[in-house]
Design a protein around this ligand. Structure first.
Ligand code: NDP
Length: 489
């Protein structure tokens, strides 16, 4: 009999659902089905796929209450946060559906003087089957950044959700089946790491992974065996830079929300703040005042929910302990703020940059606020990280100048991580935060490959690509090349 596992409500420990632990053979069978289905999905053309994906976006919105309930039960986040996440995902599905045709249109390129008789085009072809491995923190929004864009580009998808949120993954596929009339275009396999590992070796044509950097390295190593390309959307330690000309009230409001909402389990959430020493006291004072109005609690009771993974409590505890041992101070909260499964807000100040609390992703409702003497120092410290996912800057005049010097994939000026909600811009990181992009035109292009097609429009009297090329033709090519200063191609 097939082995099963349970997903639990992190706020209460109650069983939410029971799901199969799909074996390697079952994963391979799903990919085989998806490979055949890819021919049919691709044959629908952009218009056919657009109709289905727009219907999917609408269905997700009309079913938002029941889907949000599933998200709340499996992650412990407030219903309102679950609804926001689902709304944004529906927005991305519709954007991908509406824009795939124009972004992936065949491009005509100049063929150059030497090949003037040729037409040159680049077509974008779907890859076939895309494997998607997702995390639990935004179980609708995050994987949908890959699933919707891969489907819109003409691929079929096999999705392995996190073991903490399998019910949400299954629900997403069921809703898609409802509009597509087939369960084979978008399938879900459930289980633990081994099920995800099987997807990596299953023959998918690309693997879109979202999760921790450590797991991304395992996934990339497995995929390397078959040269399967990987998109890696990994962790972050996102900095917030606050200049002396910042609107402090707005900066505090957005930064505290970014750091604490979803119990701090946001890859692009604020983890460290570098604030100009001239405005640091007022920033810290306002941050404490706001944090003191917020509580973690069960859905319907707290401003944010439980830590979804029990093991994360250990990471949070070790980082806060390290911050204090290394010389940092509690500005708000204490070790007692960290209780399982709810972690109350903690604000730490003046934490040495060498501390694990500053260097590693905490993924909890903890904010580190450090004072800097200048924006130059803030930029240096922001960049001195193995991560490079997102960053926020608060400044009335220096935002763009600071943004241009940050080594990361996404920057928001006078805003928090709003870039995730703008479908037309790519999402992704550099360094240990990963590579490849989801969302936007770049996110559609990721799920295609370029196919070059050149065609003879008329024949030239010269024979260039032939054993019949003469010495005279050689001289002509060199002379023309010199005259055109090398601009032959
Ligand atoms: P993990 O790396 O633990 O897991 C991610 C996914 O990989 C899960 O589905 C997991 O399955 C699966 N997996 C685990 N081991 C393997 C393996 N050997 N081979 C293949 N798949 C495997 O991450 P979390 O789920 O804990 O997610 C949190 C992390 O995700 C944080 O670091 C966060 O910053 C990052 N993240 C990044 C985002 C981005 O866009 N850059 C967005 C959201 C989160 P299982 O759960 O069953 O073990």
């Amino acid at each position: 009999m097939a082995k099963k596992f349970e997903s639990l409500n992190p706020a209460t420990g109650e069983v939410v659902g029971t799901f199969p632990i799909n074996t390697e053979n079952e994963v391979y069978a799903a990919v085989t089905l998806a490979t055949d289905a890819a021919l049919r999905w691709n044959a629908l053309g952009h218009k056919g796929r657009r109709t289905i994906l727009l219907a999917y976006s609408r269905l997700i919105l009309s079913e938002i209450d029941s889907l949000a309930e599933k998200v709340t039960l499996e992650t412990g986040k407030p219903h309102s946060d679950a609804k926001l996440e689902i709304t944004l995902a529906a927005h991305h599905i519709a954007w991908a559906a509406r824009n795939a045709e124009s972004v992936l249109r065949t491009a005509h390129r100049a063929s150059g003087a030497l090949m003037a008789n040729m037409s040159a085009t680049v077509e974008r072809s779907p890859l076939g089957v895309v494997g998607v491995i997702g995390p639990w923190n935004y179980p609708v929004f995050t994987p949908m950044g890959s699933i919707a864009y891969a489907l819109a580009a003409g691929n079929t998808v096999v999705f392995k959700p996190s073991e903490y949120t399998p019910g949400v993954g299954v629900a997403l596929a069921e809703l898609f089946e409802h509009v597509a009339g087939s369960s084979e275009y978008f399938q879900v396999v459930t289980g633990f790491g081994e099920t995800g590992a099987a997807l990596c070796t299953s023959g998918v044509k690309k693997l879109a992974f979202t999760g921790s950097t450590a797991t991304a390295k395992k996934v990339a190593a497995l995929c390397a065996q078959t040269l399967t390309p990987v998109i890696a959307e990994c962790g972050g330690k996102d900095p917030v830079i606050v200049a002396r000309d910042a609107d402090i009230a707005k900066a505090v409001d957005a930064t505290v929300w970014s750091a604490l909402s979803n119990a701090g389990q946001t890859c692009i959430g604020a983890e460290r703040v570098y604030v100009d020493e001239k405005v640091a006291d007022i920033f810290i004072e306002k941050a404490i005042a706001l944090a003191s109005t917020l509580n973690a609690g069960a859905p319907g009771e707290g401003n944010y929910g439980a830590s979804t993974m029990p093991s994360q409590i250990g990471v949070i505890t070790s980082h806060v302990k390290a911050a204090i041992k290394d010389g940092g101070k509690f500005a708000y909260g204490s070790m007692k703020s960290i209780q399982e499964p709810f972690v109350q807000p903690v604000i730490l100040v003046d934490v040495p940059e060498s501390s694990a609390a500053v260097r590693e992703e905490t993924f909890g409702p903890i904010i580190i606020i450090n004072r800097v003497k200048s924006m130059k120092e803030a930029i240096k410290l922001s960049n001195d990280s193995r991560y490079g996912l997102g960053a926020n800057i608060w400044s009335k005049r220096q935002g763009k100048k600071i943004a241009s010097q940050l080594h990361c994939g996404m920057v928001a000026i006078n805003s928090t991580f709003s870039f995730a909600a703008i479908s037309s811009v790519p999402f992704g990181g550099v360094k240990d935060s990963g590579y490849g992009r989801i969302h936007g035109p770049e996110g559609l292009l990721e799920y295609t490959y370029a196919r070059t097609v050149v065609r003879t429009r008329f024949n030239l009297p010269l024979k260039i690509l032939s054993f019949k090329r003469t010495a005279g033709t050689d001289r002509l090519i060199v002379r023309a090349s010199k005259f055109l200063k090398g601009r032959l191609g």
